[in-house]
Design a protein around this ligand. Structure first.
Ligand code: HEC
Ligand code: HEC
Length: 419
């Protein structure tokens, strides 16, 4: 078995990744990570490969996208296929991916909440509370960098290692237990069949390489572009949103509120990469949530981009989140410290950033676009109506994204057991 070698390689890679260093061996399919472990997969692989010669090529995969939307980019070594997405979905919902079998990815990323969790701060499988708010996963295929502040995490394949193996904070608790994880998967006949279908060119290999690729493919299939606002804006359906939401749109895209400077573009964020924008663009900003010392300090462990760049001017800068399905993803901000959209508007943006309400005044490092504004009650309602029109009810309920076993559809059920 080459499990030991894989485990060592992955441990190193994860350590490197979590410390923010550049790495790409696993992402690039390092020989160490890829070799071996085909035991039992050969026969299945031959069967499915003969049936679908082109399985796994981008051409054979149909994105469920509206005609007006650009296709996401996909890494060369991980072409989309239905079989891979189905496998990734099974893995995403499988509690066997956490060491104590209490938590799947979905434990912190629930479909009905836009794949966020409703908590201020994420709660790991061993009961450790993390430093960050769990992020929604709609349209992650369009993101050039992942997580709230780490500019070095550039692929979903890399990112999947963090919850699995990270120990700062512990999420799924698999650090040093790669063999346990792969052993559990290899022991299940249904997984052996699914890996064979998803990775015929690798003989159905069950490894961290294939696990992370299947999960990433599933995540790329989480496309949400069917909100009332999409139908109104891109499909010419004038009646799809209310008059109030239309007034809110004007406020959002106007220079009094400035929201669109950062929450612009297809997904209401200045972070995007896709076929028509292959270079990608990234935006990390300080919105003035904190100012502990009058000089712009954020709380320890909440310094944002600075934690990775070391640059003092990056204090408090976080990646602009998408606002799609935002009505479902409360509480808000990197630390979940804003409970409602009403608060985000009135007690944060309208006052030059929430810190301005405290003793030390507005954050001096905040973006020039956070200048405060006055809104009438009607205008606050209009802005909220616009934000609510970004929710895609079909996406939030679609059975193709739900737990394939039909279990665990109750919010938080996996979380409570995790204590
Ligand atoms: C304990 C809760 C928890 C679990 C379990 C968990 N996540 Fe997350 N997820 C988070 C938190 C918190 C963040 C934000 C992390 C940060 O910014 O440092 C996040 C961020 C992400 C992101 C980045 C999204 C973006 O917009 O950049 C992806 C992708 C993701 N998780 C996928 C997964 C996958 C795949 C799994 C299972 C292998 C998983 N998560 C398991 C809590 C969790
Ligand atoms: C300077 C860029 C910038 C501008 C302007 C801006 N935002 Fe943000 N927005 C961000 C960033 C960055 C975050 C995350 C901040 C954090 O977590 O510390 C954020 C977070 C949010 C969130 C929370 C989303 C979530 O999932 O947690 C909402 C809601 C929001 N902004 C709405 C607005 C509205 C409405 C406006 C206009 C009044 C606006 N933003 C203006 C950059 C900006």
């Amino acid at each position: 078995m080459s499990g030991g070698r894989q485990a060592m390689a992955s441990a190193l890679l994860v350590a490197c990744l979590l410390s923010g260093g550049a790495f790409d061996a696993l992402a690039a399919g390092a020989p160490g990570a890829a070799a071996g472990t085909t035991a039992g997969g050969g026969a299945h692989a031959a069967a499915s490969a003969s049936g679908h010669a082109a399985v796994g090529t981008p051409a054979s995969y149909r994105w469920r996208l509206p005609a007006w939307a650009p296709e996401p980019l996909v890494p060369d070594d991980n072409p989309m296929s239905e079989a891979k997405v189905a496998l990734g979905r099974a893995l995403f919902y499988d509690k066997a991916l956490s060491a104590n079998r209490t938590q799947s990815c979905a434990g912190c990323h629930e479909q009905a909440r836009g794949f966020s969790d409703g908590r201020k701060l994420a709660l790991g499988s061993t009961g450790v509370v993390g430093a960050r708010n769990a992020m929604p996963l709609a349209n992650v295929a369009y993101l050039p960098t992942l997580t709230w502040a780490n500019p070095n995490l550039t692929t979903l394949e890399q990112q999947a290692l963090v919850p699995l193996f990270g120990d700062h904070p512990v999420e799924m608790g698999m650090a040093g237990r790669e063999d346990l994880l792969l052993g559990r998967l290899k022991a299940k006949p249904s997984y052996r069949r699914q890996f064979a279908r998803a990775f015929p060119e690798r003989g159905g290999e069950i490894s961290l390489w294939s696990v992370t690729r299947a999960i990433a493919a599933y995540e790329r299939s989480l496309l949400s572009m069917n909100s009332p606002y999409d139908r109104y804006r891109y499909e010419g359906k004038g009646g799809a949103i209310s008059a109030s939401a239309k007034r809110g749109e004007t406020l959002f895209f106007g220079d009094r509120l400035e929201c669109y400077h950062c929450h612009g573009g297809l997904h209401f964020t200045d972070n995007q990469i896709h076929r028509r924008l292959p270079e990608g663009e990234t935006g990390y900003h300080n919105t003035g949530l904190y100012n502990l010392d009058g000089g712009g300090a954020y709380p320890p462990g909440q310094q944002g981009l600075r934690e990775f760049s070391g640059e003092p001017q990056d204090e408090g800068r976080f990646r602009t989140p998408s606002l799609r399905n935002v009505a479902q993803t409360a509480p808000y901000m990197h630390d979940g410290s804003v409970a409602t959209l009403d608060q985000a508007i009135r007690r944060h943006y309208a006052v030059k950033g929430r810190a301005a309400l405290g003793g030390t005044g507005a954050n001096p490092l905040r973006s020039q676009f956070i200048e405060g504004f006055e809104l009438s009650e009607q205008e606050v309602d209009d802005l909220k109506a616009f934000l609510a029109s970004l929710s895609d009810a079909e996406f939030l309920r679609a059975s193709r994204h739900a737990d394939p076993t039909g279990a665990g559809r109750k919010p938080d059920s996996s979380q409570r057991k995790g204590r």
